[in-house]
Design a protein around this ligand. Structure first.
Ligand code: MG
Length: 248
């Protein structure tokens, strides 16, 4: 009896230690989420009646370049989708948003090229700051907090629900913006729930701050409403059927 009690106590302590463990940013030791086949891609999801349509497959009128010039977006639009025009820079919505439900469909380049972070990289930037990673993570390896649907540099997805290159995938994101006090300090963090291809990959997670590369995220006070961005990481990633429902 005594022995089994000790074994139980030891394994309980290991579980607690594992949960409390703080993984360094982009740690290669951080466990990779299990792969879950989400099933085949379907047609574009229906658009709710109260949604703001950001891209319906024909024009980039709702978008501009994500730089100080705010020029018309120059990504390629064809056959009902937009494609990153490498080197033209990221794009962002002309309209600004706070708390939202966001639907995005995307596809990795086919045939795939490159490895790790250099393979179908893009991203959905909530408020232009908080990235849900877009990456080809189908039978392709990278650090866990940088794979497809990771909250980049902070949280790996609960599972790897990736489809193959060229197949349409979806993100359904519920985002609650951070709140800041009058002195600029954080009152409450942003919270994010994400479904990747219909599978829960983040369950009301509190973000640690704005997305950063190879360093810990921190918050900097910002406006209550800001554009949603899509990343140009140099890869011809495709997007279609993007809409948002405002929650505030
Ligand atoms: Mg990215």
């Amino acid at each position: 009896m005594r022995v089994s009690y000790l074994v139980l106590a030891a394994s309980a302590a290991m579980v607690i230690r594992a949960e409390a463990q703080q993984w360094p940013v982009h740690s290669l030791e951080r466990p990779k989420p299990p792969v879950v086949n989400p099933g085949p891609a379907g047609p574009p999801a229906p658009v709710p009646a109260d949604a703001v349509i950001l891209f319906e497959g024909r024009t980039l009128d709702a978008w501009e370049t994500a730089d100080s010039l705010a020029r018309p977006a120059r990504w390629k639009v064809t056959d009902g989708y937009m494609e990153v025009a490498a080197g033209t820079g990221g794009i962002r919505t002309r309209q600004r948003f706070g708390d939202v439900q966001l639907h995005v469909e995307w596809a990795s380049p086919k045939p795939p090229r490159g490895e790790g972070q250099d393979r179908g990289n893009s991203g959905v930037f909530l408020m232009g700051r908080y990235e849900v990673q877009v990456l080809d993570s189908y039978r392709s390896d990278t650090y866990a907090d940088g794979q497809a649907s990771a909250l980049y540099g902070q949280y790996p997805p609960l599972v790897n629900a990736s489809r193959a290159p060229g197949e349409w995938q979806s993100y359904d994101i519920v985002f609650h913006r951070p709140h800041f006090k009058a002195d600029g300090s954080l009152e409450r963090p942003a919270r994010v729930t994400v479904f990747h291809n219909g599978i829960l990959v983040h369950d009301n997670v509190a973000l640690k701050g704005a997305t950063a590369h190879a360093r810990e995220a921190t918050y900097e006070a910002h406006e209550d409403r800001l554009p949603i961005g899509l990343q140009d990481h140099g890869h011809p990633v495709r997007f279609r059927n993007i809409w948002v429902r405002e929650l505030e």
